[in-house]
Design a protein around this ligand. Structure first.
Ligand code: CTP
Length: 417
């Protein structure tokens, strides 16, 4: 029985970056032998074990053969005769198919080191096709390693296109797709994830609502970049610059999806895109089983980003309603997330990337003023106790916002949609 370090740990070591997780492959062993050595079996579909002390993952070397569509359609051979080479061959990318033995010798039959040096993400063999999720994985690795200058090999893009054409992506279960998308949103350049998916035609399967934005014009006055898809990518770049929070980045990515269904006759205007966007976001949430935290912020940004940009034109009552919709009195952290996504939208425009976003401070000032209203004291002293409490408190808060605004300096106009 021989064990080798494989996968991301070897890749990251060679790239000179911290190793996140260590995975091992075991050659020449049986399940019984592993159990005898007190490894704990965890894999249901193939023999994977946890080391009794380190709890790191040890998988028996295996080959896989696809027998049908979907995640489960696999025939796995993990007999002790399976060689290291065979195990490396069934893996996704050459950079992930390098093994390191206990003496520090590298086994690299598929040119992973050369590809790390050349900064290329290249599939190992035609077996890449056997797991369509790899299309998303490649896009995610491209997003993670964009700053290293990695690109996807032309032949891998071709293969990814073929996988998309075959319809296999449609068999992916929602959880696996969402996990890739969420991980990609945490990477250094999530925008690259979207671009790679689009380049191999996978975006229209995974997020058709975003794909539809390409080719849709917006008014040049507010959007010098014109194309809504290009704007969306620019917004994601801004969101990445402004925040590490994947929830903010996700809300930014899908804030304008409503513009994808504006009838062409109405272009370049997108009146009502917030409402159409909400309905499309609902489809995304259901299809990908998007967690609440993500779906909720995305909804708020979709519905209220234009309010936010026109903040100084809003009546105090509308401004207060906005604060209430954001649940701003109880959840100040969500307001911050909302503001970051709105700022990313305002700056995700050609030539306007550096402009200030004073609306952010204006909303916070209004929130502080409204929150400073001492509801308890007011309720005690209220002239007519039979008054509707809610509207009484609202009136006081509106007055506080009005007073705060009266004292505020007027800002340069940056209104748009
Ligand atoms: N692997 C694969 N195909 C998949 C999933 C995994 O070939 N669909 C292989 C790759 O060799 C990969 C290894 O299993 O390197 C471990 O998978 P995983 O932990 O998902 O990825 P890592 O490459 O280790 O990357 P990370 O740094 O994200 O853990």
């Amino acid at each position: 029985m021989r064990t080798y370090l494989v996968g991301g740990a070897v890749r990251d070591k060679l790239l000179g970056i911290p190793v996140r997780e260590r995975d091992w492959v075991v050659v020449g062993a049986t399940v019984e032998e592993m159990l005898r050595r007190k490894y704990v079996q965890v894999g249901k579909d193939f023999p994977v074990f946890l080391h009794p002390d380190t709890h790191e993952e040890y998988a028996l070397a295996r080959t896989e053969r696809k027998t049908g569509p979907g995640y489960k359609g696999f025939e796995v051979n993990a007999s002790p005769q399976v060689t290291l080479d065979e195990d490396l061959q069934r893996r996704d990318l050459t950079v992930n198919s390098i093994a390191l033995d206990e003496q520090g010798t590298l086994f690299d039959p598929y040119g992973g080191q050369a590809d790390i040096e050349a900064r290329v993400l290249r599939h190992v063999s035609p077996a890449f096709r056997e797991d369509p999720l790899r299309v998303l994985r490649v896009a995610r690795f491209a997003a993670r390693f964009a700053n290293f200058g990695f690109r996807v090999a032309d032949e891998t893009v071709l293969l990814m296109k073929k996988i998309v054409e075959s319809g296999e992506l449609e068999h992916l279960v929602a959880e696996r797709v969402w996990r890739e998308l969420e991980t990609a949103l945490k990477e250094q350049a999530p925008v690259v994830f979207v671009k790679v998916l689009r380049h191999c035609n996978a975006l229209k399967i995974i997020l058709p609502e975003v794909d539809n934005l390409f080719g849709v014009p917006q008014p040049e006055k507010y959007h010098p970049e014109i194309d809504t898809g290009v704007h969306t990518l620019m917004c994601v770049e801004q969101a990445t610059r402004l925040s590490d929070d994947p929830v903010v980045r996700y809300a930014t990515l899908i804030h304008d999806v409503g513009k994808g269904v504006t009838p062409e006759s109405k272009w370049p205007s997108h009146h009502g895109h917030e409402k159409f966007g909400l309905s499309l976001q609902k489809d995304i949430t259901t299809r990908l089983r998007v967690p609440n935290e993500y779906a909720q912020l995305a909804r708020l940004v979709c519905e209220y980003h234009t309010h936010m940009h026109r903040l100084r034109e809003l009546r105090p009552s509308t401004l207060l309603s906005l604060l209430e919709s954001l649940d701003g009195f109880r959840r100040p952290e969500r307001i911050q997330q909302f503001l970051l996504a709105c700022e990313a939208d305002a700056k995700g425009r050609t030539g306007l990337e550096q402009r200030p976003y004073p609306q952010k401070e204006m909303l916070m000032a209004a929130l502080r003023a409204a929150a400073a209203v001492d509801v308890g004291a007011l309720l005690k002293d209220r002239p007519k106790p039979e008054h509707d409490v809610k509207s009484f408190v609202r009136q006081k808060r509106m007055a506080a916002i009005q007073a705060q605004r009266g004292s505020a300096e007027p800002d340069a106009n940056t209104g748009e949609h």
